[in-house]
Design a protein around this ligand. Sequence first.
Ligand code: FAD
Length: 419
Amino acid sequence: MAEPGKRQKTVIVGAGPVGALAALYAAQRGHDVEVYELRSDLRDPSTTPLNFTKSINLALSERGINALRHFGRPSLLEKVLFETVPLKGRMIHGKTPSGQLTEQSQAYDIHGRTNYAIDRGGLNKSLLDELEKLPNVKFFFNHKLTGADFKKNKAWFTIPRGKSSPRQIDEEIEIEFDFMIGADGAHSSVRYHLMKYTRMDYQQEYIDTLWCEFHIDPKEVLPGEDPESRFRIDPNHLHIWPGKDFMFIAIASFDGSFTCTLFMPSSEFHGLAQSPQTSLIPFFDTYFPGVTSLIPPSSLIDSFTSNPHLPLISIKCSPFHYSSSCVILGDAAHAMVPFYGQGMNAGFEDVFVLFSFLDSYSQSSTSPSQSRAKALSAYSAQRTEDAHAINDLALQNYKEMRADVISPSYLARKWLEEK
Ligand code: FAD
């Protein structure tokens, strides 16, 4: 607990997008901030690229932008938005019975407002760069949280000593803190330890869908040609090839490439993996018309066989905090399936909502820890319902994207709405 006159020590576990934004908010309020991250600094070129386990491209929406805006330095939001691609709607791909390719644009907003396609790594780096500028922030990369005592406000981290010898034992350090923010992702260690201190309801579900990433290369732009021609398909749409039980999507990157994702039940992945050389291209030509003219067959097969086929988890829990000492945010509190494009956005919103509560309760009690306990309690009470709602919407939107966008009832509803 911070002594009178001493600055509050806030420890952030996880330097992903949500942890980095939470650290910025805490630092801006004058806390002594320590950020502990399992991995090495992602700005270090020798670090394993994040896309090994995370999608490279994300859709940033108003929910997330609002939280970045409230950090209070317009330059951060400007920097973040600079290399984004506006997404004004979705483009549904198909073909006519005679085999002609079709595209149908469906706007997200009647007023023309957009989401933004953003490079996840680039966004994370911008947040870390901003943190680096602040004198009251310290980074501890390659530090893995292994234990926490939320009554004594102590935590334990291991630092790997190198993997050359199996006998080498990782070094362990003990730290103290006033307040811990757990932003350590879906498999959160902070959440695991928090469960021992609070009666947390917890529910997790793996949906029967895996995802695998593919890539559409940019087009070469010749001198004198419009730079926009670097995109092989319209960059301002989220492209969807709905397949009823599965789907293929593509989101533009600023450099002209597209990051594509195949979402499909595990049994289908397993079936195609038996003989990708012969089955993958006919499968794509049948269900995702036009894709094999955007991605050369060899690249399609290579991505399918070399990129991981990753699971999707949905987590709900409640409450998100214990007393005045700990709260979990982002995927640690509410990992969701990606079909609503809101996981990170909701995590950013967590940061904004949490600090709004902390600010408004800061003068309400005799001690900082008492007012923090009240703020955390109010935060959990309000945020649980919202987090669960967005989790459910994300699950429901998978059916919307892979099937309903092409169903006659959907088209009829749209037609009526437009009348
Ligand atoms: P993470 O990004 O998981 O970061 C957690 C950090 O904690 C990591 O750096 C990790 O190394 C570190 N860590 C873990 N354990 C420890 C430990 N014990 N000690 C110290 N550090 C630890 N969201 C959107 O908003 N829009 C989208 O369009 C979108 N698309 C998606 C597409 C796909 C295919 C997927 C899978 C997800 C998508 N998401 C999207 C979700 C988004 O990626 C996540 O919600 C977001 O990354 C969560 O951020 P986070 O900081 O909470 O967690």
